[in-house]
Design a protein around this ligand. Structure first.
Ligand code: HEM
Length: 326
């Protein structure tokens, strides 16, 4: 029997490690009135307190579809919405302005990441959440993502291979309560960075497959990792997004990138979603991609990919949300 078929209960909300699925909805919301104690804040707190139940209502109707929902809260509304201590690294997305490409910072108070193996379950959960949030939020971005062949992005490369597995997954994504040095305000939660990229497939396809492979750092057909470029050559995306600290420790993140698009509107994109226990790790990846290493040698993935949005959120553990009700 498949593991999912053995599941007797839905996936708890706020499970960052929920399985990668074939469908997703990425919602960015702003509060209509972010002042502490406002009616909008009261509604949002009520919905977040009920998130587990609302998600269960939809998820239970097909447990094999692995419906999961995580909500991240932005820096500007953290205090008003949660009333809890602030996670130490939580701050608005820091724009990265490179010589050629920019990672912009765009508005967003809440980020809702809905995943399932059925498009209709994602739709239904989004519908129920927005129904309850009516009047309290504005939708600044709604993107529907889909799995493309064998987990490929629309550039044709398998995307997500290097994600951590096993014990390395919680270590990379969750602020660890057992670590005395870990920020107590962030225990059990995860930082989330979201960026919506659109691709110029024309620009990408002007490159040969060999050039594309050098840009990504893997072969296209069979996804084999290439050796790092020599010191005199430009680094690949894989190398620029590998982060090692001063002690030589490599820091992974969890990516749940989703392709999205509409050929009829000429839209082809990748929604980057990164979960991390240490926000600085993703920030350093972005600096290396946009500023380049050495400076000026930016990630050539960006010559065919434009970041339209950028947001930082903190995904608190489910228990914190459950406590937000009246
Ligand atoms: C246009 C958007 C993007 C696309 C199409 C893309 C695509 C890819 C692909 C195809 C790989 C190689 C396979 C894999 O290990 O998953 C990869 C690796 C990776 N990407 Fe991206 N990526 C994008 C943006 C980003 C951003 C914004 C970040 C971080 C800020 C990032 C971080 C990473 C990391 C950490 C790896 C794994 C490196 C390794 O350890 O081998 N990516 N990406």
């Amino acid at each position: 029997m498949e593991q999912s078929a053995q599941r007797r209960v839905p996936i708890e909300s706020q499970r960052v490690d929920a399985p990668l699925t074939s469908s997703a909805v990425l919602l960015t919301l702003t509060l209509t009135d972010p002042a502490a104690g406002s009616e909008a804040v009261r509604i949002v707190r009520g919905v977040l307190a009920d998130l587990e139940d609302i998600t269960k209502n939809v998820a239970f109707r097909d447990l094999d579809a692995a419906l999961a929902c995580t909500v991240g809260i932005g820096s500007d509304v953290w205090d008003a919405v949660t009333g809890a201590a602030r996670p130490a690294e939580l701050h608005p997305f820091r724009e990265v302005v490179g010589a050629v490409h920019t990672a912009p910072s765009t508005p967003g108070d809440l980020f809702v990441h809905i995943r399932a193996n059925r498009r209709d379950l994602c739709f239904e959960l989004e519908r129920q959440l927005l129904d309850r949030l009516h009047g309290a939020v504005l939708v600044t971005d709604e993107t529907v993502g889909f799995r493309y062949f064998d987990a490929r992005d629309l550039l044709g490369f398998v995307d997500g291979t290097a994600n951590p597995v096993g014990d390395a997954l919680p270590a990379a994504t969750l602020v660890d309560a057992s670590d005395p040095a870990a920020d107590p305000a962030a225990h059990g939660g995860s930082y989330l960075v979201a960026q919506k990229y659109v691709h110029s497939l024309a620009a990408w396809n002007r490159m040969s497959v060999e050039q594309q492979e050098a840009v990504i750092g893997r072969t296209k057909l069979d996804n084999i990792e290439l050796a790092d470029a020599s010191a005199s050559e430009q680094k690949s995306h894989k190398t620029l997004s590998t982060i090692t600290d001063d002690d030589g420790v490599e820091h992974d993140i969890l990516r749940d990138n989703m392709p999205f698009g509409s050929p009829g509107h000429g839209e082809f994109g990748t929604y980057f979603i990164g979960y991390t226990a240490r926000l600085w790790v993703i920030e350093r990846m972005l600096e290396r991609m946009f500023l380049g290493d050495p400076p000026g040698k930016h990630d050539r993935l960006l010559d065919a990919s434009t970041a339209l949005t950028g947001g930082v959120f903190f995904v608190p553990p489910a228990g914190l949300l459950a406590g937000l009700g009246d």
